[in-house]
Design a protein around this ligand. Structure first.
Ligand code: SF4
Length: 295
């Protein structure tokens, strides 16, 4: 059986950077907590926990006395920074530079929209940390479109500035912008600016993934269950290879998936560690050897 790992899979640069910052700080043996999961991958969280990184919720940040807090790649709204300053909490800010730029863009666009009685529309998941951080740049006044039915909250007769969460699908964002453009035209409103703010780390992956998924008899897609881009990228695998299986950890592998299988491709989300995909490849190799299917 041929087993190959997708060379394009693995952490995006924002996640690599955040983990590096966490590990550097942990090396000094100082207590470090992360506000929310550092990455949407349970296995990587467990690895960092062993090194001393603890995840805290927003309530815990407010209740307990933490000296040093890591802000993960998704970013946070301004009130977290005010809270830290007021409570002498040292922040290690690992917000991805791409997300930081997007926060600035939204802040500027909101100032303009306030003057023109316009609206900021964010395409993304309402409770996702990145969206909370982005909405916080404009006093939480954005219209958040999670499903297409949410567009009914938009007043199409008024100016609109449309942004996307970085990990959303480019195709869905395009579709959404076309619908909003059409509805705005119907109201004789031509004041719509679309900012394509999907991250190339995800969009580039989706193009390569289509070809990767078609090359193998079976695809093992490895991702944390909370990862937005994990779900999106897995759907691409499924569309291009119905024999695609989603797993979060090695124990979820099923021997029956490899019956009559000559080749297996292993891939994952932008939050899937390389070491986990390597471990999964080793386990599949072991299964193949036991069943005499190793080439
Ligand atoms: S997906 Fe893109 S924007 Fe999001 S953390 Fe990774 S590199 Fe940054």
């Amino acid at each position: 059986m041929k087993i190959e790992i997708d060379t394009n899979a693995g952490f995006c640069f924002g996640v690599v950077r955040a983990i590096k910052q966490a590990e550097e700080s942990l090396q000094n043996n100082e207590a470090l907590v992360c506000l929310g999961d550092i990455v949407h991958n349970e296995e990587e969280i467990a690895r960092l926990q062993k090194k001393g990184l603890k995840t805290i919720s927003l309530e815990e940040l407010h209740q307990k006395n933490h000296k040093k807090v890591l802000i993960r790649a998704h970013g946070e709204p301004p009130e977290r920074y005010f809270f830290a300053r007021e409570n002498q909490i040292e922040l290690i800010d690992a917000t991805c530079p791409i997300v930081l730029q997007l926060q600035q863009k939204i802040k500027t666009a909101w100032k303009e929209m306030e003057k023109e009685n316009g609206q900021i529309v964010l395409f993304g998941k309402k409770n996702h940390a990145e969206i909370i951080g982005l909405n916080g740049q404009m006093d939480n006044r954005a219209i958040i479109v999670e499903t297409f039915s949410d567009i009914e909250q938009i007043d199409f007769s008024k100016p609109v500035r449309l942004f996307s969460q970085t990990t959303k699908s480019v195709e869905d964002f395009k579709r959404l912008s076309e619908i909003i453009r059409k509805r705005s035209f119907e109201c004789h409103n031509h004041d719509l600016i679309v900012y394509n703010t999907t991250c190339t780390s995800v969009s580039r992956r989706s193009k390569n993934l289509k070809d990767f998924a078609k090359k193998y008899d079976a695809i093992i897609f490895v991702s944390g269950r909370k990862s937005s881009n994990g779900r999106y990228l897995f759907e691409i695998c499924k569309e291009n290879n119905p024999n695609s299986f989603f797993i979060s950890s090695i124990d979820e592998l099923q021997k029956t998936w490899f019956i009559n299988t000559q080749s297996v491709g292993i891939t994952g989300a932008t939050s899937t560690p390389q070491w986990l995909m390597q471990d999964i490849a080793t386990t599949i190799r072991r299964i193949a050897k036991k069943t005499g299917r190793f080439l």
